[in-house]
Write a protein that binds this ligand. Structure first.
Ligand SMILES: [Zn+2]
Length: 277
């Protein structure tokens, strides 16, 4: 492979930032025009309006959603869930995400070419899904009318996930998009032989340090406190815990934390909120 070929590959690998912002603005405008103020709308009706048909397919064949352009028009293939007729929050999110791909393809004849390009489209389409499933007026009025303590913000995120039928990680990101003082996290609890393992697998922060981060009950101050948290109870996390040297060593950004809190939902899941200065 000669040098010219490498240059061409580099060029097509990354979506130009200018293009990214054009696509983002386009998706924002479409979302604003398409969606009423309430999140309680039928996404199948929206798909029809946009010329797409939802087709449920076997989970064995499809683990995630796919958009295909057939002679009859666009089809969004989504994995079937337990023969249920009603769409689950996850399925609704998948459909909304695919609608983002459809709109970009139709307006700009564009879609991912390479692996790194693919992730940039994924980020854009996830953003579009949040915009239409959690309309701005709805989310802003909920934030405005709920006290802003960590406990209330965390409670609000669970309420919205149920009320709007949207997966919790998408709600967490949407809340932070409207109120950037907070960051939300999901931690899965994985018992290993003699220690408790915490796997941080959702973060509304862009920092790489949080992606799939692992810590243990005896690693730091946060681990020590989280392992004692009982189901459905809320644990306030004071600044002294979050900016404890043992915690900052793992998560440097917690130096800027003011306060936070955690709630253990089921045996295996903790939701964590941190307020920054
Ligand atoms: Zn996608």
């Amino acid at each position: 492979m000669g040098p010219e070929v490498s240059v061409i590959i580099l060029k097509i690998k990354l979506m130009h930032p200018k293009l990214r912002s054009t696509y983002r603005t386009f998706l924002q405008e479409v979302a604003r025009k398409l969606i009423p103020c309430s999140p309680h709308f039928d996404i199948e009706v929206l798909c029809n309006k946009l010329g797409a048909k939802i087709v449920k397919v076997s989970r064995e064949d499809y683990r995630s959603a796919t958009l295909i352009n057939t002679q009859q028009g666009y089809e969004i293939l989504i994995p079937q869930e337990h023969n249920k007729k009603q769409l689950s929050p996850f399925q609704r999110f998948l459909i909304a995400h695919e609608l983002g791909h459809l709109l970009l393809e139709r307006e700009y004849s564009t879609g991912p070419i390479s692996q790194s390009d693919y992730w940039q489209y994924e980020v854009l389409c996830d953003y579009f899904a949040r915009l239409i499933l959690l309309p701005e007026d709805y989310i802003e009025s909920k934030i405005r009318t709920t006290p802003s303590s960590p406990k209330d913000r965390l409670g609000l995120s669970s309420y919205i996930a149920r009320d709007a039928q949207v997966p919790w990680p998408a709600v967490a990101h949407r809340i932070v998009e409207c109120d950037s003082k907070y960051a939300l996290f999901r931690i899965m609890i994985k018992p290993s032989s003699d220690r408790i393992k915490f796997l941080l697998n959702v973060s509304t922060l862009k920092d790489k340090e949080f992606q799939k981060s692992i810590f243990y009950n005896d690693d730091n101050e946060l681990g020590r406190l989280l392992c004692r948290l009982k189901n459905n109870s809320f644990l306030p996390l004071h600044k002294s815990v979050l900016d404890h040297p043992s915690v900052i060593k793992k998560f440097p950004i917690f130096q800027k934390a003011i306060q936070g809190g955690a709630i253990r939902l089921k045996d295996d899941e903790i939701r964590l909120i941190v307020q920054f200065s």
